[in-house]
Design a protein around this ligand. Structure first.
Ligand code: F6R
Length: 234
C-alpha cells in the first residue's frame, strides 16, 4: 500500500488524474473502474485537460462504474450515469458503448446484479478509482456483518442518505437503495487508487491501519497488493 499526501484538493486531483491518464497512455484499451461523488470531480477535470491538450485518446478505453442508485433513470440529474456524462464521458472521445454502469431501473434487480458481476469480471479492470464514505464504505458497501463478494443491491445507511441529500431537493427524493460492486468485485481490479479529503482522515487511518473488518468495508483494501491512496491535508 502506498500513501501519498498532498496539501490541497487540487493537488490531489491533479496527481490522481495523472495516474489515471498514465494508465490510458500505457494501455490505450484499458478498463478503468470509476467512481462518482465529490472526490473524483477534480481528477476528471484533469483527465479532460489532458485530453484537450492532445495527450490522451479515450477511443479504445472501457469504463465500468462502481455503483448506481436504484430507481433513477439515466437522464435524472442525480443518477450516476448523468454524473459521468457531465464530468467525463461527454467531454472526451470515449465511445458511449464502452461505458458501463449498473442499470438502477432494471425490473429484475437480481438478474441485473448477476449481469453486472459477469461484465466486470470479463473486463479485468486495470485501475479502479475509489472514494470513501465517512463510515468506511467503498462503492455502496456499507458497514455490515460480512464483506459482500459480488455485485448486489444495498439498502443505504441513514448516514449515507443524509450525506447524499445535499444533492437532492428534498430528503424524500434521495434513493434508499443502490446496486454496487461487492468488495470481492472491487478487489479483482489489478490496481486500486483511493482518494480522500481531510474530512476522511480518521476513517482512512482506520481502514489502512486498523483491523480488517466488514464494519470498516475499506479495510478490505489491506488484502490487495497494489493499492495507492492519495489524501489531501486541506
Ligand atoms: C461513488 C461511491 C461512493 C463515494 C463515497 C464518497 O461512486 O461509490 O463510495 O466514493 O460516498 O463520496 P464523496 O466523494 O462525495 O465524499
Amino acid at each position: 500500500m502506498r500513501l501519498l499526501e498532498k496539501n490541497t484538493y487540487e493537488e490531489m486531483s491533479v496527481l490522481c488524474g495523472r495516474i489515471l491518464g498514465a494508465q490510458v497512455l500505457l494501455k490505450p484499451d484499458c478498463a478503468l473502474g470509476l467512481a462518482t461523488g465529490s472526490s473524483p470531480i477534480g481528477a476528471y477535470e484533469e483527465l479532460v485537460r489532458q485530453y484537450e491538450g492532445g495527450l490522451l485518446d479515450f477511443s479504445q478505453v472501457r469504463t465500468v462504474n462502481l455503483d448506481e442508485y436504484c430507481g433513477l433513470k439515466a437522464e435524472h440529474n442525480q443518477s450516476y450515469r448523468y454524473f459521468m456524462e457531465e464530468h467525463l464521458f461527454g467531454k472526451v472521445n470515449i465511445k458511449k458503448e464502452n461505458t458501463f454502469l449498473p442499470d438502477g431501473c432494471a425490473g429484475d434487480v437480481e438478474a441485473e446484479c448477476a449481469r453486472y458481476e459477469k461484465l466486470v469480471a470479463g473486463m479485468q479492470v486495470d485501475l479502479q478509482l475509489l472514494g470513501i464514505g465517512h463510515n468506511g464504505h467503498i462503492g455502496f458497501n456499507e458497514p455490515a456483518e460480512d464483506f459482500a463478494a459480488q455485485v448486489h443491491q444495498v439498502k443505504l445507511a441513514e448516514s449515507t442518505i443524509k450525506a447524499n441529500s445535499r444533492l437532492f431537493k428534498r430528503m424524500e427524493d434521495v434513493p434508499r437503495s443502490a446496486v454496487t460492486m461487492g468488495i470481492g468485485t472491487i478487489l479483482k481490479a489489478k490496481k486500486i487508487l483511493l482518494i480522500a479529503g481531510p474530512d476522511k482522515a480518521d476513517i482512512v487511518e482506520k481502514a489502512l491501519y486498523g483491523p480488517v473488518t466488514p464494519q470498516v468495508p475499506a479495510s478490505a483494501l489491506q488484502l490487495h497488493g497494489a493499492v495507492t491512496v492519495i489524501i489531501s491535508k486541506q
